[in-house]
Design a binder for this molecule. Structure first.
Ligand code: CTP
Length: 477
């Protein structure tokens, strides 16, 4: 039996061992912590403890040993308890009693049932998550690995301890978890498991959208997210949870002219971008940037395939998709929507002669997200033609250079009009009306078009001129 005492290097393990000894209840470290230590990954600060008895009682005993200030949360319905412990960093320790069954299939509620360690390991999701390390004095640190999780780590395989049909119907979210772990760890899903996911895919519908979204986000945050999306698509899960993405799949040909497959293109953009950023929402924008291509696709005999306005239609789809996927309906959503809307702008700019006013307008609209937008656009270059790629990239360089120059000169990135609506009303002695908006817009356009500088004096003069054109007179002049 392998001894992994060296992984029990935190003080908390000694305390748990002492508490379990006092109570005469066996306890083991299990799950992600064991897996991640064996794999040499960051454990993320979460530790799962399984007690052969009451997990809640063991948590209470541990808290007692740690001192009064220790915060413990008890979840009676689930028979679990959590406590926070500050060691070299904040650790979240979760206690659970060993169980025979994981979930009641119909009520979708876990049932608490006393079981042995082996029962508990049987009901866990994957062999690599079912490994336990003993905290008992007699064999402190020994590994209990009944399903050869260690072997599966070596073979890079995701496998369920029991028949996958049983494991997945116990908690259908595990189908997403299988794909998520495969993506994060760069593992392969064992064939039987893969088939079982395909077969049971409809059951994902009984899982809450929030849990599904958590897994999707973890897939998106992996080093190479395309792998996860391809697995989701191949198993048929994607069609159920996010059909709009599947709609991007396929390339039609008319008169011998085809277009690229936008599903694989979007995944390639996501992978490209992921090499440069861990920003989850920017990664979402990459995944969604062409989401309206199926809805806007036309074949025009003279031109070929077009996707006119897919950026506008796509931006409009973003709130609906976020709502459907239970993603936050807040500024994160608005950020993704904005990037989808603007994703063609730098490309168009780099194709045309780059005027100062076009750059100013882009800066004005993108604001502080301009760098993210540029990163997205560079990731969007997936052409196989090296000459084209080189040309695009060098044009982008020029756009970036111009962006810096113009921003230094005109400061329009977070544009605030130098003349406010109040000042316009005060100057002409008018109440809120259409003219106020007209003058404000005219000033903004004049600045962005470079007719006047982004300064108070010039804007004030321009306001007087525009007011006069509209038949307005300043009150005291
Ligand atoms: N588990 C399970 N079935 C689930 C969720 C969790 O069997 N649907 C078990 C696994 O043994 C897992 C442990 O509970 O290792 C802890 O779950 P969780 O904290 O969600 O996952 P980790 O494995 O710790 O990995 P990560 O932190 O990356 O999510």
């Amino acid at each position: 039996m392998e001894n992994l005492k060296s992984f029990l290097d935190k003080n908390i393990f000694k305390i748990i061992a002492a508490a379990s000894h006092d109570m005469g209840v066996d306890a083991y470290v299990i799950g992600g912590y064991v897996r991640d230590r064996i794999m040499g990954r960051d454990t993320g600060g979460d530790i799962d403890i399984v007690a052969i008895g009451s997990g809640m009682d063991l948590a209470a005993k541990v808290a007692e040993k740690l001192g009064k200030k220790t915060k413990v949360n008890y979840y009676k319905n689930f028979g679990t308890a959590m406590l926070w412990h500050n060691e070299e960093r904040e650790l979240l320790v979760e206690f659970v009693g060993a169980r025979k069954e994981s979930y009641n299939r119909d009520a979708r509620k876990p049932i608490v049932e006393d079981g042995t360690l082996e029962d508990d390991q049987n009901r866990r999701d994957f062999t690599i998550n079912a490994m336990a390390i003993s905290l008992q004095q007699k064999d402190f640190g020994s590994l209990l690995d009944p399903f050869d999780g260690i072997g599966d780590i070596g073979r890079k395989i995701i496998r369920t301890p029991l028949d996958p049909d049983i494991t997945y119907s116990d908690d259908p979210l595990r189908m997403m978890r299988a794909i998520r772990f495969a993506t994060q760890l760069d593992f392969i899903i064992e064939e039987k498991s893969f088939e079982s996911i395909s077969k049971n895919r409809e059951r994902i519908k009984i899982v809450s959208g929030e849990r599904v979204a958590d897994e999707l986000n973890k897939i998106i945050l992996a080093r190479k997210p395309s792998y996860g999306f391809k697995l989701l698509e191949q198993t048929g899960l994607l069609q159920i949870i996010f059909p709009q993405l599947v709609d991007l799949k396929g390339a039609e040909t008319v008169d011998g002219r085809g277009h690229k497959d936008n599903f694989y293109h979007s995944l390639q953009v996501l992978d490209n971008l992921s090499e440069n950023t861990d920003n989850l929402w920017l990664r979402w924008a990459a995944l969604l940037h062409d989401i309206a291509k199926p809805a806007t696709k036309r074949y025009e005999p003279k031109i070929g395939w077009t996707f006119h306005s897919h950026e506008f239609v796509g931006a409009k789809m973003v709130p609906r998709i976020f709502k459907q996927l239970k993603l936050p309906m807040n500024e994160k959503m608005r950020y993704v929507k904005k990037l989808v809307l603007l994703h063609l702008r730098p490309i168009v700019l780099s194709k045309e002669e780059i005027t100062d006013s076009a750059i100013r307008r882009l800066l004005f609209e993108a604001g502080d997200d301009i760098d993210d937008l540029m990163m997205l656009c560079e990731a969007d270059i997936t052409s196989k033609n090296p000459g084209k790629v080189k040309r695009y990239l060098s044009n982008f360089k020029l756009v970036r250079k111009k962006l810096v120059e113009i921003e230094e000169k005109d400061r329009v990135r977070n544009f605030q009009p130098p003349v406010s609506g109040e000042l316009i009303m005060e100057t002409f002695g008018i109440r809120p009306c259409r003219e106020v908006g007209t003058i404000k817009n005219a000033i903004k356009d004049a600045i962005l078009d470079g007719i006047i500088p982004n300064e108070y004096e010039a804007a004030f003069g321009y306001m007087l001129k525009k007011g006069k054109e509209l038949g307005l007179k300043p009150v005291d002049g």
